[in-house]
Design a protein around this ligand. Structure first.
Ligand code: ADP
Ligand code: MG
Length: 238
């Protein structure tokens, strides 16, 4: 325990919740498959950032996670690595249709950035993704969905449009990430976010990442997450 405490202290990690998994200090300690490890290092990541050190093992253990860390701290990989591991496991267990993981984020630019990071990590994994965002071609999005994209990276409005057009089913979704939750709420997406998440099966794993934690986000997390591990880095969230 002392070792875990001093590791957290050295990285300015605060982690609370029931039985919080221990942080790692290298990607190798995450016991990822060889392909994923290679993709991570080819992408230029040699050492995990503090949020990755604590949030990735918690998410890999199947826990719901609240991750609060400033912009530029590496939150994307903190959830994309667990998403890839989860999708690979789940794809073997379950046939069926529709995405396995969804990432909701506020803007098209961000969705495209997350997608490009996903593609780098998912290289040679056979996993596919689709971006659902305004200003992108709906026909292309439908095609990718038909092909069986496991990961859907979306803005809330376009996501709901496409669900209404029966573009895909949520029956296979077991992992949901709310990225930049503070910005999504500031942009007025709270109702859409709540309606999307509550339409996903109750045995889902839910992760919420944000740079700040105003009361509205605390409430959202309380309503949508189950016994989360709450992680904050540095002064964020205090
Ligand atoms: P956030 O979502 O917290 O704002 P990002 O996930 O966008 O942060 O990461 C910020 C930048 O740092 C990106 O360019 C990303 O590729 C890079 N980065 C993230 N994690 C690592 C890492 N472990 N090693 C090297 N670069 C990283
Ligand atoms: Mg981010």
């Amino acid at each position: 325990f002392d070792e875990v405490d001093s590791l957290r202290k050295s990285m300015e990690i605060s982690a609370t919740g029931i039985s919080v998994p221990r942080p790692v200090c290298s990607f190798a300690h995450l016991q990822l498959g060889e392909k994923l490890m290679t993709a991570i290092s080819r992408h230029g990541y040699s050492t995990p950032t503090p949020i990755q050190c604590q949030a990735a093992p918690a998410a890999l253990a199947g826990r719901d996670v609240i991750g609060i860390a400033e912009t530029g701290s590496g939150k994307t990989a903190a959830y994309l690595i667990p998403i890839i591991v989860h999708c690979l496991d789940q794809r073997e267990l379950e046939t069926g249709e529709g995405p396995i993981a969804i990432v909701l984020c506020p803007t098209r630019e961000l969705a495209l950035q997350i997608d490009s990071e996903f593609r780098a990590f998912a290289k040679n994994s056979g996993l596919g993704s689709v971006v659902l965002a305004g200003g992108l071609n709906k026909t292309d999005q439908f095609k990718l969905l038909r092909k069986g994209a496991e990961v859907c990276i979306a803005n809330p409005g376009r996501f709901i449009d496409i669900v209404k057009m029966k573009g895909f089913t949520l029956q296979r979704v077991t992992m949901v990430v709310l990225d930049e939750a503070d910005r999504m709420l500031a942009m007025g997406f709270e109702k859409q976010v709540r309606s999307i998440v509550t339409n996903v099966r109750p045995d889902r794993q839910t992760l919420l990442f944000s740079a700040t934690m105003p009361t509205k986000i605390e409430r959202l997390a309380r309503d949508l997450l189950k016994s989360p591990v709450r992680i904050s880095i540095g002064v964020a969230g205090h």
